[in-house]
Design a protein around this ligand. Structure first.
Ligand SMILES: [Zn+2]
Length: 260
């Protein structure tokens, strides 16, 4: 696709956290990406920061690969809607209301500088419902246009293997941050993990918390995610995000009028 460029070209991203305000002042774009994730258990082998580390990596790679202009990369929101992991030590969480309010305020502050088309790049499944709601609210009520993007839903056939601290997240980090995967614990992580998320009867999930169905926090087999698969995942997520950025850049954001 036209908007997607391969590695090796001049970066088109600006990481706000690394930039000075005077550098930021010189950026001529209305596009931004805001990574959101969580700080929550990811089994005995992967870090608590997995979901915001992966979201940030996808956001930066997508912004870098976008070829039709500059893209602001906001610093990640690192605590999300993760109460479902609260029994596991180190997990942090905020209420969905708090998460929605934080995303709305951060998007509002991006928009105040003219970066008012925002793709919120999400790395945590528990954020998805609240994120969809707040992006719709922003688009309807605020002076900004916001779209949610959950990277592991946009990686083709891989998506069905998601699990939790399973093949996809383990593969991703083995590619981008291999020092963060405790390789000597992966075998036990797989053997002691669960096969599926939740306890299901009649399409209803009986479990509110992950601890009800996984002893070590893992769902799926992390052995099925090597670094090559991680590279393929990052490529696929990057290409999906690039296509979305192009669509968001071109979008007529005029609100539809009521029929009467
Ligand atoms: Zn995760």
């Amino acid at each position: 696709m036209a908007a997607y460029k391969r590695r090796g070209r001049v970066p088109s991203r600006m990481r706000l956290a690394d930039a000075t305000w005077t550098d930021a002042d010189g950026v001529d774009t209305d596009l931004a990406v805001l990574p959101v994730g969580s700080t929550e258990q990811h089994g005995p082998h992967a870090p608590l920061g997995t979901d915001h580390i992966t979201a940030h990596a996808v956001a930066a790679a997508g912004a870098d690969a976008y070829s039709d202009g500059e893209v602001i990369v906001a610093p990640p929101i690192t605590v999300g809607v993760s109460a479902e992991h609260r029994q596991f030590t180190g997990t942090l969480w905020v209420a969905p209301d708090t998460f929605r309010a934080t995303v709305r305020d951060v998007v509002g502050s991006l928009a105040s500088h003219g970066w008012d088309r925002v793709v919120v790049v999400n790395g945590h499944g528990g954020n998805t419902a609240a994120l969809g709601e707040v992006c719709a609210t922003i688009t309807r009520q605020d002076d900004a246009y916001a779209v949610p993007f959950t990277w592991f839903d946009a990686v083709g056939d891989h998506s069905s293997d998601m699990g939790h601290a399973g093949p996809l997240e383990t593969a991703f980090l083995r590619h981008t941050d291999p020092e963060l995967i405790r390789e000597d614990r992966v075998q036990a992580a797989a053997e002691d993990g669960a096969d599926a998320w939740g306890k299901w009867v009649s399409h209803a999930n009986l479990a509110a918390d992950a601890a009800a169905f996984t002893d070590n926090g893992v769902v799926g087999d992390p052995r099925a995610g090597d670094a090559d698969r991680g590279a393929a995942l990052l490529d696929a997520a990057t290409e999906s995000l690039c296509a979305l950025l192009a669509a968001v850049a071109d979008r007529d954001t005029t609100a539809p009028l009521p029929h009467r």
